[in-house]
Design a protein around this ligand. Structure first.
Ligand code: 2RA
Length: 351
């Protein structure tokens, strides 16, 4: 029998992409249960071409479930993933609640699939979308060259802040559209977009905002620390030197990251191309003479991590500079969660 899957948070932005992804996979799951807050219970949603009624989150929804995917806020996962595990399901969690728990593996199937088997709490965590936008490329390079330090500057899309982020960006863009004067005087963009900045601390239309996430010690943002801590855990490099600056840009969906990565071994641009051309889950798109490099507008809606602008550092033969783009709602969230769940499904069906 094929295993039973429950999606907790089936109605949200990531849950919607998850249902699309599961609809392209016909032979992995038996029953698929859709679960959400009591507010959404009773709604009918389509998955694999069938209408399924949404159930309200309660302990009984996990009965006979093999894998439960969580796409809900941290506090909901913190409470309910252990309940799912206690009822016999493997929980695959896309919140921040368990990512740094030493008894919970943090898994990116292309990079550290075997880690998914060691899950003493019955919980597997999915990384943050910014980490996921770059880690498949870094994992492939690290496997050959041994990463020793990383500088990352992100260009994060509005949808990383949820539907409210997308709506805010569109509202602001419609206010500035057609106004050819706006953007030439200090404060004029703020005046035109108004006081309601949605989830962002500054206007996002016609702007870039050097802040994403919540405030942590000494000026760092939560997003910057996630890049550092999660990369260290996934790559099993607890002392990896990492500095990140996270920036929000007026893009709807797809995060980009500019990377400066230093390796134990010397590297050439041609060698990096060779590694990345064959890396699973990666598209090498790197010919600036033909305007070939990844951009969010071209990458959105696709599954792989795209990489281009690969250059060996002019000052250090051990370092590369590169630019990556990944859809933050697909590989950055729903797709990686689905891939982890499929690893577990394969394990269960071969037992
Ligand atoms: C963001 N990475 O882009 C976050 C979402 N988890 O805001």
């Amino acid at each position: 029998d094929l295993p039973t899957l429950a999606i907790i948070g089936a109605t949200g932005a990531v849950g919607t992409v998850m249902r699309q992804i599961l609809s392209t996979r016909q032979d992995v799951w038996g029953e698929i249960r859709l679960v959400a807050s009591p507010r959404s219970a009773g709604r009918k949603l389509t998955v694999r071409g069938e209408e399924v009624e949404v159930q309200a989150l309660a302990p009984e929804v996990f009965d006979d479930v093999d894998v439960a995917m969580f796409d809900v806020p941290d506090e909901v996962s913190a409470e309910w993933a252990p309940i799912a595990a206690a009822r016999g399901a493997i929980a695959v969690d896309n919140s921040g609640a368990f990512r740094m728990d030493p008894d919970v593996p943090l898994v990116v199937p292309e990079v550290n699939a075997p880690a998914a088997r060691n899950r003493p709490k019955g919980i597997i965590a999915n990384p943050n979308c910014t980490t996921l936008s770059m880690i498949v490329v870094l994992g492939a390079l690290h496997a050959e060259l041994e990463l020793t330090s990383l500088f990352a500057a992100s260009y994060q899309a509005a949808s990383g802040s949820g539907q409210g982020g997308i709506d805010t960006l569109h509202d602001q863009l419609s206010k500035v559209a057609g106004n050819r004067d706006v953007g030439s005087q200090p404060g004029d963009v703020r005046r035109v977009v108004g006081d309601d900045l949605g989830p962002f601390p500054a206007p996002l239309a016609l702007n870039v905002v050097p802040w994403a996430g919540s405030e942590k010690d000494d000026g760092w943002s939560s997003e910057e620390l996630k890049i550092r801590n999660e990369s260290r855990k996934i790559l099993e490099l607890p002392n990896l030197a990492v500095s990140a600056t996270c920036v929000r840009v007026p893009v709807v969906t797809t995060h980009s990251v500019a990377l400066h990565a230093t390796f134990q071994r010397e590297v050439t641009t041609a060698q990096a191309w060779e590694i990345l051309r064959d890396a699973p889950g990666v598209v090498l798109y790197d010919d600036p003479s033909r305007a070939e490099f990844p951009t969010p507008a071209d990458v959105v809606g696709t599954d792989p991590t795209w990489v281009g602008r690969i250059r060996r550092s002019l000052d250090d033969p051990h370092s590369l500079d590169l630019f990556v783009c990944g859809d933050n709602l697909r590989k950055g969230a729903a797709l990686n969660t689905a891939q982890i769940a499929e690893l577990v499904a394969a394990e269960l069906t071969t037992q």
